[in-house]
Design a binder for this molecule. Structure first.
Ligand SMILES: [Ca+2]
Ligand SMILES: [Ca+2]
Length: 169
């Protein structure tokens, strides 16, 4: 008969292995999704988005549950712009953007953003950042019962690509 502490240890090791595997699959999935997006498509934006999502789900196989997988994409002019704020004139010199200070609305949404990324898959030659989030939780009810927040973790992975100069259609 196994001591409870040993059972807990073994369960913990297996869960940790699955956690690492899930993180690895996420990274693979987001890279695969990105590569499926770079060539564009004559099918239109909606089906292109579906194709990208399918690529992410395919890699995940049966280990990743599709309903827990969230994919989003942000478009940038250049790789250097990823995660950067929209340029602004710091009139009062406090290092932050304040209401009324002039800015360049890179993503054209009518307001200043801390991240200039524009949602979408972009067009030819655009840089696109693919991001996935996954709501992970332990398989073992025992661990879900004893860990804070049921042992839930939000796993993330990202991959940036430049779109091919495909003809726009
Ligand atoms: Ca300011
Ligand atoms: Ca903006």
């Amino acid at each position: 008969m196994l001591a409870p502490a040993l059972v807990l240890l073994l369960v913990g090791i297996v869960e940790a292995a699955f956690l690492f595997l899930t993180q690895f699959l996420l990274q693979t999935a987001v890279g695969d999704a990105a590569r499926s997006g770079v060539v564009g498509s004559e099918l239109g934006a909606a089906s292109r988005e579906a194709a990208v999502r399918a690529a992410a789900e395919r890699v995940g196989g049966s280990l990743l549950q599709p309903e827990r997988l969230h994919l989003d994409t942000l478009v940038y002019p250049r790789f250097d712009d990823i995660g950067r704020p929209e340029p602004f004139v710091d009139v009062n010199g406090n290092g932050a953007h304040d209401p009324g200070e002039p800015f360049t609305d890179v993503n054209e949404n009518g307001r200043w953003d801390e991240d200039m990324g524009r949602p979408g898959l972009g067009g030819p030659n655009d840089v696109v950042l693919y991001r996935v989030r996954y709501d992970w939780e332990p398989m073992t009810p025992l661990l879900r019962a004893i860990l804070p927040d049921g042992g839930r973790l939000e796993l993330r992975a990202a991959y940036a690509v430049r779109n091919e100069p495909y003809p726009e259609g």
